[in-house]
Write a protein that binds this ligand. Structure first.
Ligand code: EPZ
Length: 422
C-alpha cells in the first residue's frame, strides 16, 4: 500500500489535461461482449477500475491489448459466463457485464456486489429490468444466476427507484435489449453523459437506440452487432475535482483541458455562485479563485443536477469558505466519510440524515487521515493542499481506482505531494 504526504500552502497555476471518463469506459468495455468483432476504445484511463474490468473480460475469454490510452478487445470466443466474487467485490461496476452476457449467451452468473462506504449498493432495479426482458433470475450463495433460454424479448421497462434513476442499471438493461427480439422502451432511464456515450458506442456497433440523454429510451432489437473504433468522453468528475482544486488553491487561475463543459454546468454554476470566475472556451475551462468567496447550499441530483460524485470535493471547498454552507446527498445519504476525516484537520462539519452543515474555518491543519471511497479521498487531497503543515493520507489505492496519476497532475500545477510506501 502507498500513502501521500501533502505539504499545504502551495498555490496552483497552469493547465492540466483531463483523462477519458472512467464511468463511461467501464460499461463500454463491458459492451464489447456483444460482438465477435474487434473493438478499439480510445482514452480509457489507466486506473485500477478499468484494469479490473479488463481482467473480468479476459476471464470470460476476451483477447485484450492495451497501448497507452487505447484498448483493443475481441470477444470472439467466450469461455465462461461467470463474473466471480473475487473480482466483483473489488469493483461494483463489474455488475454491468450481466446485460451483455445475457444478450450474447442467454445466461450469466455474476456475484452480488458488496456494499461499500458510500452506502448499500443494491442491484434490485437491474434485476427487475432484466426480468422484464424475460430473464429468469435466481440468487443463491451470493451469486446472481440469470437465464433466458429462448432469448430476450423487448418490453416496456420502468427503471426508476426510490433514489431516482440508476446509471449502471440503465446501462445493463440497454445492453441486454439491443439484441432482444422486438422493441424495448425504458422509462425512468438515467440521463448521465456516460449513459449517452454508451448508447453512442452501441449505435456505432449497429444498435438502434433513440432517446439517450432523456428519461425515455427506445431500443429496436437487431440480430447482431459489429466492431467499432470509439473515443470515450472526457471525465467530468476528474475535471470538476481539478476545478475545485483551482477554486481552493489557485494563485490566480488554473485551466482544465480536454473537457466537455456542457457536462459540467451544474458544477461550474455552483462555483460561479461561490464567487469564482469561470471561462469556458472550446475544450478548456479556466477558473479564477474567488476574491471574496461565499458558501452555497447544494443538493445532489441525477444528471443534469449536481453530481453526488462531486459533493465530497465541495465539502473540502466549503470547509475553509467563510460563512455557512449545506451539502445534502439525496443519492447516497451515507456518503460522508470525508467529513469525519476533515474534522481531524479542524473542519467544522456536522452530518445528519444525509446532510452536512459546514461552517467555514480560517485554516485547516495537517493531520494523518485515511482515504475511504474514491471521491472522499480526492477531497482529502484538496483539503490537505489548503491546510497548514503536512497531511499524511493512507490507503491511496482508493484514489488510484478512478484518478489517473492525480498526484503527478497536481504537482505539475504546483502542489507539493509525495507518494511513499505506507
Ligand atoms: C454510478 O454508480 C457511478 N459509477 C457512481 O460513481 C455514481 O456515484 C452513481 O452512478 C450515481 O451517479 C459508475 O458509473 C461506475 P446508481 P451506480 O445505480 O450506477 C440506488 C464514482 O465515484 N439503486 O445510479 O452503481 C443506489 O443505491 C462512482 O465514480 C437502487 O436502489 O449508481 C443509489 O441510491 C461512485 N437499486 C441510486 O440508486 C439499484 O438496483 C443511484 O445509484 C441500483 C441503484
Amino acid at each position: 500500500m502507498e500513502k501521500f504526504i501533502v505539504h499545504g500552502g502551495s498555490q496552483l497555476e497552469g493547465t492540466v489535461n483531463i483523462s477519458g471518463s472512467k464511468n463511461a469506459s467501464l460499461p463500454i468495455l463491458a459492451a464489447t461482449l456483444l460482438t465477435r468483432e474487434q473493438c478499439i476504445i480510445r482514452r480509457v484511463p489507466d486506473v485500477s477500475d478499468t484494469n479490473y474490468m479488463l481482467q473480468i473480460l479476459q476471464n470470460l475469454g476476451a483477447e485484450v491489448e492495451r497501448s497507452s490510452g487505447n484498448v483493443t478487445i475481441k470477444c470472439e470466443k467466450l469461455r465462461s459466463h461467470e463474473a466471480p466474487y473475487e473480482l466483483v467485490r473489488k469493483m461494483r461496476a463489474s455488475v454491468c457485464v450481466m446485460g451483455p452476457l445475457l444478450a450474447r449467451q442467454n445466461r450469466a452468473n455474476v456475484s452480488l456486489p458488496g456494499g461499500c462506504v458510500i452506502g448499500d449498493r443494491p442491484i434490485d432495479l437491474h434485476l427487475r429490468g432484466l426480468k422484464g426482458l424475460g430473464a429468469e433470475v435466481t440468487v443463491d450463495g451470493g451469486n446472481v444466476h440469470l437465464e433466458a433460454r429462448y432469448g430476450l424479448n423487448g418490453q416496456e421497462i420502468d427503471m426508476l427507484g426510490k433514489h431516482g434513476a440508476t446509471v449502471l442499471g440503465t446501462d445493463n438493461v440497454m445492453m441486454a435489449a439491443v439484441l432482444a427480439k422486438g422493441t424495448t422502451v425504458i422509462t425512468g432511464a438515467a440521463c448521465e453523459p456516460e449513459v449517452v456515450d454508451l448508447a453512442n458506442f452501441l449505435n456505432s456497433m449497429g444498435a438502434k437506440i433513440s432517446g439517450a440523454g432523456t428519461p425515455r429510451l427506445e431500443i429496436e432489437g437487431v440480430k447482431e452487432l459489429g466492431g467499432v473504433d470509439h473515443t470515450v468522453i472526457p471525465d467530468r468528475i476528474e475535471a470538476g475535482t481539478f476545478l475545485v482544486a483551482g477554486a481552493m488553491a489557485a494563485k490566480e487561475s488554473i485551466t482544465v483541458r480536454r473537457v466537455n463543459h456542457e457536462h459540467l454546468e451544474a458544477v461550474t454554476d455552483v462555483l460561479s455562485a461561490c464567487g469564482c470566475k469561470i471561462e469556458p472556451s472550446g475544450d478548456t475551462i479556466k477558473i479564477y479563485r474567488a476574491k471574496n468567496p461565499v458558501g452555497a447550499n447544494i443538493i445532489t441530483d441525477p444528471y443534469p443536477g449536481f453530481p453526488t460524485d462531486m459533493q465530497a470535493q465541495m465539502c473540502a471547498l466549503f470547509a475553509t469558505t467563510p460563512g455557512h454552507s449545506v451539502v445534502k446527498d439525496t443519492i447516497f445519504p451515507q456518503r460522508f466519510m470525508h467529513a469525519s476525516e476533515m474534522k481531524r484537520m479542524g473542519a467544522n462539519i456536522d452530518v445528519d440524515d444525509g446532510t452536512a452543515q459546514i461552517q467555514g474555518v480560517e485554516q485547516l491543519s495537517g493531520a494523518p487521515v485515511m482515504a475511504s471511497d474514491l471521491r472522499a479521498s480526492a477531497a482529502l487531497v484538496l483539503a490537505a493542499m489548503k491546510a497548514k503543515g503536512s497531511t499524511e493520507i493512507s490507503r491511496v489505492y482508493h484514489i488510484d481506482r478512478g484518478y489517473e496519476h492525480i498526484d503527478d497532475k497536481l504537482i505539475d500545477l504546483g502542489a507539493n505531494i509525495e507518494r511513499l510506501p505506507a
